[in-house]
Ligand binder design. Structure first.
Ligand SMILES: [Zn+2]
Length: 621
């Protein structure tokens, strides 16, 4: 509630940069606005990054000059940036003169502040630096860790606060800047960024980039590899390694339909092109909404377009998150809850309500499970939509709360207000707040407006219970799927003696299969597990969602015929969403824990920092 005061002050503060000393003191608390950045944008603020970099695949380092243009209307004499494990060689001002700088004390999560001495009229600074081989955002892959096994590969993952490990920058979601870049890589490789991209390799390995729409640092992204491009629509295309490009182009065929559906709902797509890159399997997330170029895991290439809701999700971020951005990681649900809501609406538009309700039901199962687990561990406070991640890694807030509780809250609002009015509200929300920052409190004020304009009364207590209270309020919407009821009937029939081979499962989608596997009772006998596997080939499944659910069941039921596949899957996949439930299931028994540790020794080198950081923690006892 206190935040509200700070927020009310903000526009005033930013409009009055020539304020007196007293005024500056008065607004001191604003530093608490983003607990995960050392930067103080009310002093000097970065408005543009020009990045000139050379990548070294021998030493796994990037040597670069970052030239930062500044808005310094408060005439500050210092510029404060975020860094992590960077070696700073020198800093020069626009006139080429070297200036002094100081690195602050190391913090495990935040890294080190870089304070640069500037003059009140300094327009830009240039920082010459080298990244560490273990830079947390950057993953350097050997040829053997790629699909084609011929060339090395690199990708970055900057969200939440890892951009600072490869670029010295004001690394806060509340600070936006445009960027340009020149990147030199080995000449057999293609470089891509979250910017206007090339579609072909250059002869000399030098690429230039431009991002003219302002973005926060967590959307800075780079990927380099033996990549090909395939157009799949007027403004959409896909990049992947040569052996993957065909499958990728097929899987994402419906992309243009999704863009059209999204624009029909909430207004024009504002980033010109929408391309996707399919990364090697060690990418720790399903997807990352890097503007103009979504980074995607190859685990969504199911061969039947069944897992492309992830693309709808990343596309939706082009509005929620990339256009209207959470002010701090405590407001992360504004990015993700809106995106899941928007994703659901795109899926409903393109594939129908029956289909999108299956997706909503599956997410709801995950959400309820996670709330129960977090509550049992005494972490109920992290089941609030609005978080307090001060002093912690913002990754702690990346639970299904932000995503699926956020979604249910917005769906509940839609049901209360009516779809037509809620859609008009969202369209206006994305338009009038485009390229701006949003706080939870500001969103509630805008929601209040919606109620007022439509002469509806808003139940403030209920809204606050959703945002500042634990778990799921009693009025939470209930996604329900007829198709899943039919799946449940088949599981009942199996349990009452119908052989697996005689169950009715014609035309089941992978979501129905997933629901079926999740419904396997805890006390199912090994004989019946074997029967299911023989009838439906779960251990051999090429669908990563179904496979993960089956492997989790296999661990819990000690169904050993699946263990070889389990090991192979854990070594070859780095997507945290799949890794966590499998390792978690293994450590429930002593025997399983030993197995987990033995597999992890082989698998860990293939994981990105984001993934192994979580699993190190899980296996440390
Ligand atoms: Zn997302």
């Amino acid at each position: 509630m206190k935040t509200k005061y700070i927020l009310a002050l903000l526009p005033f503060v930013w409009a009055c940069n020539n304020s007196t000393k007293e005024m500056k003191e008065e607004v001191e608390p604003k530093k608490a606005i983003d607990a995960h950045s050392y930067a103080d944008p009310s002093q000097s603020k970065v408005t543009h990054l020009d990045w000139d970099a050379e990548l070294n695949f021998e030493s796994n380092t990037i040597r670069a000059t970052a030239t930062l243009s500044l808005a310094n209307s408060s005439e500050a004499t210092q510029l404060i940036l975020d860094t992590k494990a960077l070696t700073i060689e020198k800093v020069t001002l626009a006139d080429g003169q070297e200036t002094t700088f100081k690195l602050g004390k190391e913090d495990a999560n935040l890294g080190r502040s870089l304070t640069i001495d500037i003059a009140p009229d300094t327009e830009s600074v240039s920082i010459l630096y080298t990244t560490s081989p273990t830079a947390e955002a950057v993953q350097w892959l050997n040829p053997t860790q790629t699909a084609d096994k011929k060339a090395p590969f690199l990708f970055t993952q900057s969200q939440a606060i890892l951009a600072r490990s490869w670029v010295p920058i004001q690394d806060s979601p509340g600070i936006r800047f445009t960027y340009s870049a020149k990147v030199k890589v080995p000449s057999n490789l293609l470089a891509l960024m979250s910017a206007e991209n090339p579609t072909e390799k250059s002869a000399d390995g030098v690429y230039t980039f431009k991002m003219e729409q302002p973005i926060p640092a967590y959307l800075l992204a780079l990927s380099v590899g033996d990549l090909e491009f395939r157009s799949i629509g007027d403004r959409a295309g896909v990049y992947a390694e040569p052996s993957v490009i065909e499958a990728a182009a097929f899987e994402f065929e419906d992309l243009e339909d999704m863009i059209v559906a999204a624009e029909g709902l909430y207004g024009p797509y504002q980033w010109d092109r929408y391309d996707l890159i399919v990364l090697p399997p060690s990418f720790p997330f399903g997807g990352m909404e890097n503007p103009r170029l979504t980074f995607a895991t190859p685990t969504i290439l199911a061969g039947d377009k069944s897992l492309t809701s992830l693309v709808a999700h990343e596309l939706a971020h082009s509005w929620s998150g990339n256009l209207v951005t959470n002010a701090t990681w405590d407001d992360f649900w504004l990015n993700e809850g809106f995106t899941v809501y928007f994703e659901q609406r795109i899926m409903e538009e393109v594939y129908g309500r029956d289909y999108s309700e299956m997706l909503a039901s599956l997410s709801n199962q995950d959400l309820k499970e996670e709330i129960a687990e977090m509550t049992a561990k005494g972490e109920a406070v992290d089941t609030h939509l609005k978080l307090d991640l001060t002093g912690r890694n913002p990754d702690d807030g990346m639970t299904s709360i932000a995503y699926d509780k956020g979604y249910l809250f917005l769906r509940g609002q839609e049901e209360l207000v009516g779809r037509e009015k809620f859609d008009a509200f969202l369209k206006e929300y994305f338009t009038s707040n485009a390229f701006k920052v949003m706080t939870t409190e500001e969103f509630v004020l805008q929601l209040e407006d919606l109620y007022r304009k439509n002469e509806l009364s808003m139940d403030r207590e209920k809204i606050e219970a959703w945002i500042y209270g634990p778990g799921l309020p009693a009025d939470a919407p209930q996604p329900s799927s007829n198709k899943f009821s039919l799946v449940g009937d088949q599981m009942d029939a199996f349990m009452s003696g119908t052989p697996a081979s005689e169950l009715t499962n014609d035309n089941w989608s992978s979501h129905e299969w997933l629901h079926f596997v999740r419904a396997i009772p805890e006390d199912l006998s090994l004989q019946k597990m074997t029967e299911l596997d023989q009838a439906f080939g779960f251990t051999k499944s090429g669908n990563s969602e179904v496979l993960t659910a089956w492997l989790e069941q296999s661990i819990k039921h000690q169904y050993e015929p699946a263990y070889d596949r389990l090991e192979e899957f854990l070594i070859s996949t780095g997507r945290r969403k799949f890794l966590m439930p499998l390792y978690r299931a293994m450590i429930l028994t002593d025997e399983g824990k030993q197995m987990a540790k033995a597999i992890y020794v082989k698998a860990r080198p293939n994981y990105h920092f984001v993934a192994y950081d979580s699993i190190d923690e899980l296996l440390k006892e």
